[in-house]
Write a protein of this length. Structure first.
Length: 82
């Protein structure tokens, strides 16, 4: 029962959703607005934010907007009948 509840809790985050943003904010320690602020201010004046913070902000935005992409439609195996 507990495993099913955990599975239901993380299943269904859509790219850019508030739920995904909250999950990423817990991991990255910033929200969408702060990440955008860091990226914009770092472009204008690189001394304001360390490079590590810029990398975290860019990774946060990439994870927030990432969409699943199919690599191949055919499976890597073939079913055989016996």
């Amino acid at each position: 029962m507990v495993d099913q509840v955990k599975l239901d809790a993380v299943k269904g985050f859509k790219p850019g959703s508030k739920e995904l943003e909250a999950l990423l904010a817990a991991g990255y320690g910033m929200d969408k607005e702060k990440a955008q602020l860091i990226i914009a201010e770092r472009k204008e004046n690189p001394l304001l934010w360390p490079y590590a913070e810029l990398e975290k902000a860019e990774a946060f935005m990439a994870a927030l907007t990432a969409k699943p992409e199919a690599i191949s439609r055919t499976p890597g195996w073939r079913r055989t009948r016996r």
